[in-house]
Design a binder for this molecule. Structure first.
Ligand code: CO
Length: 208
């Protein structure tokens, strides 16, 4: 696609929106009250709005390589804090995807420079679930499972934050773990058991 096409597409999009509702942008400019915070992979194939079928204003989005919720990443932590405490979203989603280049890269014995500390988080997930993963003979199936376990661990990381713990107590905010299957377009709910994880980790991670 050429750069000029982007601006042509934008004009076309404006016209389409206004044809349905002449006050569309006037209403959009008034503010946002999204119900969801979506944390997903930067992969160009996994666009939050498209796979969820939502419109502008409906989902607050953060994307990074391999959808990580890292405790010392100011970026993701600021997004979580703002979305949960100020926008008051009621659902926080971590969405991974099969064929994730970040997850694959994390399992290779190569020096990837600045990506090493980032991808190390995924190696830690592997170490936590080493027995289960090593028992899977098929390499592709093993990567797919690591994608799922990575989503699960990032959900656990979300539950370790004060903002999420507090919002869960106050208004029943929930954390969800999903995987997008690039091969079929299907969104899979991993059915993360929020209450069970909470109970399991609160002894150590309770902040509020
Ligand atoms: Co990815």
């Amino acid at each position: 696609m050429k750069i000029e096409d982007v601006f042509k597409n934008n004009q076309k999009w404006i016209a389409e929106k206004l044809a349905i509702n002449p006050k569309y942008f006037e209403e959009l400019s008034k503010g946002q009250a999204p119900e969801f915070l979506y944390i997903g992979c930067s992969d160009s194939r996994v666009t939050a709005e498209d796979i969820m079928g939502v419109q502008p204003g409906e989902v607050f989005v953060h994307r990074n390589i391999a959808n990580l919720v890292n405790n010392i990443d100011l970026n993701v932590m600021s997004v979580i804090n703002y979305a949960v405490r100020h926008l008051k979203v009621n659902h926080v989603v971590v969405c991974g995807h099969y064929n994730c280049g970040g997850v694959k890269a994390a399992m290779q014995s190569v020096d990837l420079g600045i990506l090493n500390p980032w991808l190390r988080n995924i190696r830690d997930v592997y170490r936590l679930h080493k027995d289960e993963l090593n028992a899977i003979g098929d390499e592709n199936a093993r990567y797919n499972r690591l994608v799922e376990l990575n989503v699960q661990e990032q959900c656990v990381n979300l539950i370790k934050t004060a903002a999420v713990q507090q919002a869960h107590q106050e208004r029943g905010l929930l954390v969800h773990g999903w995987v997008f299957d690039v091969n079929s377009g299907k969104l899979i709910d991993l059915k993360i058991d929020f209450a069970k994880i909470l109970k399991h980790i609160m002894e150590i991670y309770k902040l509020s």
